[in-house]
Structure formats: structure tokens, C-alpha cells
Design a protein around this ligand. Structure first.
Ligand code: C2E
Ligand code: MG
Ligand code: MG
Ligand code: MG
Length: 286
């Protein structure tokens, strides 16, 4: 490692390493106070119907407005927050804030194309004994209907602790909350477990979408998953669509929904209404 580095280079390397370790430790200890100081913010990324590109939902994505380091994405802190438990408080805030926001959008524009907000739930958060109750309370507090909420959980959650998870998923769906498997395809992906899992939506990971135009095998794989999902009555959202060709290919396969930079990046709340209003025909607005 140190080979080819002068003595000064090695020392610089060591001090950089120490510096970044200190930074990571600092971030960790700051996570809890960041909740109390309300330093977290949400961006929302549109989820569209592939056929007509209408915005049908938005995914809430957390950001941390750090006092000295600026705006940080989840890559910088979600893993640490999982490890020290801060994700439970952060996740609870995200859920309440996302529901508050969609209730505002629905009230401001009763004709909005927006049907739901999608919220990422960390395994630690979901495993809380009273998670279902927390969701109920968050809905009531926000004045939001259960149909307005889609919860995104991960494959790893589903595979561990299956009994409690299945029971909670049933309870959530019984009140009308829908559930998605996020990043589908990156985990263990035993397709057979899908049959037993009470979920409504599969979010196909970006890594599956990336090569559908360049690899026939990848195209065939995604095509097969979309067909299987359809047969199991699951809706599919393709993540990370970056070009028109991918949208067209997925639409042709029968994949109904998509998300990605091709349509929109994650946006601040004020930017959403313009994308979800049904335009008044010119003849009527005159
Ligand atoms: P995710 O849930 O799979 O969210 C999608 C991520 O892909 C987002 O990154 C989004 O900005 C990015 N993305 C969307 N379209 C494209 C595209 O076309 N190209 C590329 N290159 N990227 C695209 P982001 O916001 O950095 O979030 C990363 C991950 O952090 C999320 O992945 C999710 O697992 C986690 N996360 C975000 N918010 C929360 C939260 O509130 N709670 C928890 N537990 N995790 C969260
Ligand atoms: Mg997600
Ligand atoms: Mg995802
Ligand atoms: Mg993903």
C-alpha cells in the first residue's frame, strides 16, 4: 500500500485516514441531535405511468442539512444510522413528514394526479413491536388516507423474521396501506418467497434496468420478472430509467410504472405540484 509513496505521502495517507475516521465518528454522534434540531429534509422523486408519463406517485428521499458539511444524501449517513439506531427516529420523522406533505398536496389540488407517497422503511424500524400502530398514528396525525401510503421494505427484512413480518404486512394491508419490495433483484431473490409475501408492488432495482438495451439476457430476465409479477398480481416499478429507449422497452414488456432521471430527479416539495396538475384545456381556460 505504502509502496511508491514517499515518506511524506505515507504520512499524508495516514493522517487522511485518521481524519476521515474522526469525521465518521463525528457524524455518528451528531445523528441523534440532528433529529431534535430538525436538520433532515425530504426530496420527492416522481414515479410515472410509463404509457403516458403521468406522475402517479412520489418517493420520499431523506437528506441531511448538516450544519457545516452542507446537504448530505443517504449514502453518507443511513448505514451509520442503522448501526446506532438513529434510523428509528429518522424513519419516524420521514413517515410523518411525507404523510403531512401528501395531505397538503391533495388538499391544495383535489384533481392532482398524485395517488400516493412511497416511504422507505429500514429493517430496524419495521421490526419495532408497535410499527403498525406507529403507521396508524402517523396517518391519523396527518389526516392522510391509508391508500396514500406505499411502504418500501427490503428483501432482507422479508427473509429474516418472516412470521412477524408477514403478520404486520397483513395488518397494514388490512387498513389499506400498500407495501413494495424495494431494490428487488439485489438480494437473495428467491422468487418463490414472493408467493407467500403479502406485498403489492415490486421495485426492480436500477442494476437490472441498466443493461436491458445492450444485453439480450438482461432484457429476457427483466421481461420474465415482469410477466411473473403480473401473474402474481404485483405491480412493477422500474427504478433508474435514464433513457427513452428503456422506457419504451419496459412499456412494451408490460411494466406499468417507472422512476428515474429520464423523467425527473428527486425534487424539493415546491417543485411537485407543477408536475401533477391536470392541465386545463386551452379552450376552457380562455
Ligand atoms: P432507493 O430507495 O432505491 O431510492 C432510489 C435512489 O436512486 C435514490 O437515491 C434516487 O435519487 C436514485 N435514483 C433515482 N433515479 C435514478 C437514476 O435514473 N439514476 C441514478 N443513478 N440514480 C437514480 P438516494 O436519494 O441517494 O437514496 C439512496 C438510498 O437511500 C435509497 O435507495 C434508500 O435505500 C435509502 N433511503 C433514502 N431515503 C430513506 C429514508 O427515508 N429511510 C431509509 N431507511 N432509507 C432511505
Ligand atoms: Mg426506495
Ligand atoms: Mg429502490
Ligand atoms: Mg435502489
Amino acid at each position: 500500500l505504502a509502496k511508491g509513496m514517499g515518506k511524506g505521502g505515507w504520512q499524508r495517507y495516514q493522517s487522511d485516514l485518521a481524519h476521515s475516521m474522526v469525521q465518521r465518528l463525528e457524524l455518528r454522534t451528531q445523528l441523534h441531535e440532528a433529529i431534535e434540531d430538525e436538520q433532515f429534509m425530504l426530496q420527492f422523486q416522481p414515479i410515472v405511468e410509463l404509457a403516458d408519463q403521468r406522475v402517479t406517485g412520489v418517493e420520499a428521499l431523506v437528506r441531511w442539512q448538516h450544519p457545516t458539511r452542507g446537504l448530505l444524501g443517504p449514502f453518507h449517513f443511513v448505514e451509520a444510522a442503522e448501526e446506532n439506531g438513529a434510523i428509528v427516529g429518522i424513519g419516524s420523522w420521514v413517515l410523518r413528514e411525507a404523510l403531512r406533505q401528501i395531505a397538503v398536496w391533495k388538499a391544495e389540488d383535489p384533481q392532482t394526479t398524485l395517488r400516493y407517497v412511497s416511504v422507505n422503511v429500514s429493517p430496524l424500524q419495521f421490526r419495532a413491536a408497535d410499527f403498525v400502530q406507529q403507521v396508524r398514528e402517523a396517518l391519523t396525525e396527518a389526516g392522510a388516507r391509508p391508500e396514500w401510503l406505499l411502504l418500501e421494505i427490503t428483501e432482507s427484512l422479508v427473509l429474516k423474521d418472516a412470521d412477524k413480518v408477514v403478520q404486520d404486512l397483513r395488518a397494514l394491508r388490512a387498513i389499506g396501506v400498500r407495501v413494495a419490495i424495494d431494490d428487488f433483484g439485489t438480494g437473495y431473490s428467491s422468487l418463490s418467497y414472493l408467493r407467500q409475501m403479502p406485498v403489492d408492488v415490486l421495485k426492480l432495482d436500477k442494476s437490472f434496468i441498466d443493461d436491458i438495451l445492450t444485453s439480450r439476457q438482461q432484457h429476457a430476465l427483466v421481461d420474465a420478472i415482469v410477466t411473473l409479477a403480473g401473474n402474481l398480481d404485483l405491480a412493477v416499478v422500474a427504478e433508474g430509467i435514464e433513457e427513452a429507449g428503456q422506457r419504451i422497452a419496459l412499456d412494451t414488456m408490460g411494466c406499468h410504472y417507472g422512476q428515474g432521471y429520464h423523467f425527473a430527479k428527486p425534487l424539493w416539495p415546491a417543485e411537485i405540484p407543477a408536475l401533477t396538475t391536470v392541465a386545463v384545456p386551452a379552450a376552457l381556460s380562455a
